[in-house]
Design a protein. Structure first.
Length: 585
């Protein structure tokens, strides 16, 4: 076992020398031994709370991580941060807190680590924004860091009773099905009893949403980017095998301290490209187009929405996961998980193999150890993909000069072009009410604006609206564009992240009912049939951003600080402007 020299580690400020006797007295008060006090102090950060199943098992998993740290002669110090869980926040004012929580998570982990002078961090996260928030903190601090996902929920099963529609009885259930069931119910195609039965069985365990929604997308990113041990994100949350990965992650972070391998040694432009590849080939969440630039920002790397989408455009889509496909996270784990996916990408020369990972080995060395192959059902061979381009596509045009993003996984190529008249709504509530009342027409492009990071504030997801459309059988008959976001569970022709946002007088602020909009995911364009002169005239007549009710508090502060969507909607200058690195302070 290695004995560590603390003379260059941050914790020397709280454990070494006579002047630190008061600090050490606090540590003795918590039952630490002299030996433990003088070992490296490792923050074990979790997003545990009782808000939702995604986070409920993180405190138990943290104990396994702490055992691993202790086995490798480190002293773990567990702490928690917040989480806002999108499934609970969805469809009401609470969703405004979701994206802002990503910044709060990164900030609070940073402050805790700085305040207590911890030498490294193992971060456990379970829900959509907590994963990128935790990874952003690791890169910002540039400590030796290992990420571990809390795991996905087990798939739900509907009882085989007549009241439940056959479509729900014949497939694995996720929370996405519940949002769509609301649309069925509103449409008169599902009884009160069936809805009541389904809500009791759709989510049968702890863990995050089971499809390739944002949580599982970012969990795959954690492995592909190198911050997590390979295959650590795959097994569902209730599986006891998660504990073995927790222990291994604790031991791994001690190895990184010994070798002085830090988060920015792992998160590089090449590793970000690897991560974007994995998002594309799995039909992952459009939110990765927001979170990858934000993680890059913490390292001082310019990796914007355009860069992410360029990778999406030339990466085959070959992993058949919900919502565009038919399988859930447990199915991907059962056939070998992210390592097998990356092996397929390597066959086509689409992976940078020289990137260092949390194990201390390179990605190429790690993949050499994987002996499983694509099963042909969940993971297709890369030479026979579901489609030849990624499941997520970037768009640009006179509605979105700074870009937009759309998930096309599961949408046939011939259906990836849509032209129709605009039906404009000033916020999500207005659009959802119109959908409930069927106050829209087949063939229209529904426009929801004033939902961007600053204008919302908070850049809400529109799952309630898109799921209701799908539930009404209209998911393929209308399109939707917004300066807000979509859930990773959204399906249908839905364009998000339109930038600049309406609050900043982006062109989406200037659209009117009846304007003819064309979305072309094949060419990558998003345009309205208006001349430059007409758009300039409307801009001159623009009355300014819509007022919100958030004139103080955290969301007001977020709206003042948040930057452009295409840069990740971040709230501080990032590594490019920093004057010190925490680990070297």
């Amino acid at each position: 076992m290695t004995k560590f020299d603390k003379s260059k580690l941050p914790s020397r400020y709280v454990t070494e020398g006579p002047a630190k006797a008061p600090h050490r007295s606090y540590m003795y008060a918590m039952g630490l031994t002299e030996e433990e006090i003088h070992q490296p102090l490792v923050g074990v950060a979790t997003c545990w709370n009782e808000a939702a199943p995604c986070n409920i098992s993180l405190n138990r998993q943290a104990q396994a991580v702490k055992m691993g740290v202790k086995q490798a002669l480190g002293t773990p110090r567990e702490f928690t941060t917040i989480t806002v869980t999108d499934g609970i926040a969805m469809g009401h004012e609470g969703m405004r807190s979701s994206l802002a929580s990503r910044e709060a998570i990164a900030d609070t982990v940073e402050l805790t680590m700085r305040g207590h002078a911890y030498d490294a961090v193992v971060g456990l996260a379970g829900c959509d924004k907590s994963l990128p928030g935790m990874m952003m903190a690791m890169v910002r601090l540039n400590t030796p860091s290992v990420f571990i996902y809390g795991g996905s929920i087990l798939p739900g099963k509907a009882p085989q009773i007549e009241e439940v529609p056959e479509a729900f009885r014949s497939r694995d259930l996720t929370v996405q099905d519940m949002f769509e069931a609301v649309g069925w119910h509103q449409n008169g195609d599902m009884s009160d009893k069936a809805l009541d039965v389904l809500e009791r069985v759709a989510c049968p365990s702890s863990g995050a949403c089971g499809g390739q929604f944002t949580a599982n997308t970012m969990a795959c990113v954690s492995e592909a980017i190198g911050l997590a041990l390979l295959n650590s994100s795959g097994m569902p949350a209730p599986y006891e095998s998660r504990d073995a990965y927790g222990e291994a992650s604790g031991r791994a972070v001690m190895n990184l301290i010994e070798k002085n391998i830090r988060a920015r040694d792992v998160v590089t432009l090449k590793s970000l490209e690897n991560a974007a590849r994995v998002v594309a080939c799995t039909g992952g969440s459009t939110n990765a187009g927001l979170h990858l630039p934000a993680i890059a920002h913490e390292a001082g790397i310019e990796f914007f929405l355009d860069d992410v989408c360029a990778i999406f455009r030339d990466t085959p889509y070959f992993v058949d996961l919900k919502p565009g496909g038919q399988f859930v996270a447990k199915d991907l784990f059962d056939v070998g998980g992210v390592p097998v996916v990356m092996k397929e990408l390597r066959k086509a020369g689409l992976i940078h193999e020289d990137c260092i990972t949390a194990s201390g080995k390179t990605m190429g060395e790690e993949l050499d150890l994987i002996d499983r192959e694509a099963d042909g059902k969940v993971i297709y061979p890369i030479e026979a993909p579901l489609t030849k381009t990624g499941g997520v596509v970037g768009l640009k045009g006179n509605i979105a000069p700074e870009g937009a993003i759309v998930k096309v996984a599961g949408i046939p190529t011939q259906n990836q072009v849509f032209t129709g008249p605009a039906r404009v709504f000033e916020c999500e509530e207005d659009a959802f009410a119109a959908v409930q009342e069927r106050a829209y027409e087949e063939g229209e492009v529904i426009v929801i604006r004033n939902e961007g990071p600053a204008g919302g504030p908070g850049m809400r997801e529109m799952l309630a609206t898109t799921a209701a459309l799908s539930g009404q059988g209209m998911g393929k008959k209308v399109a939707l564009i917004t300066d807000g976001r979509f859930s990773g569970a959204t399906r249908g022709f839905c364009v998000g992240h339109v930038g600049p946002e309406a609050a900043h007088c982006g062109p989406i602020a200037l659209l009117k009912n009846g304007d003819v909009i064309t979305i072309d995911a094949v060419k990558g364009t998003l345009d309205v049939d208006l001349s430059e002169d007409e758009l300039a005239k409307r801009k001159a007549e623009w009355k300014g951003p819509r007022e919100t009710i958030y004139a103080s508090g955290a969301l007001w502060k977020y709206a003042q600080l948040v930057g452009a969507t295409y840069k990740g909607a971040v709230t501080h200058p990032g590594a490019e402007a920093e004057r010190h690195v925490y680990m070297d302070i």
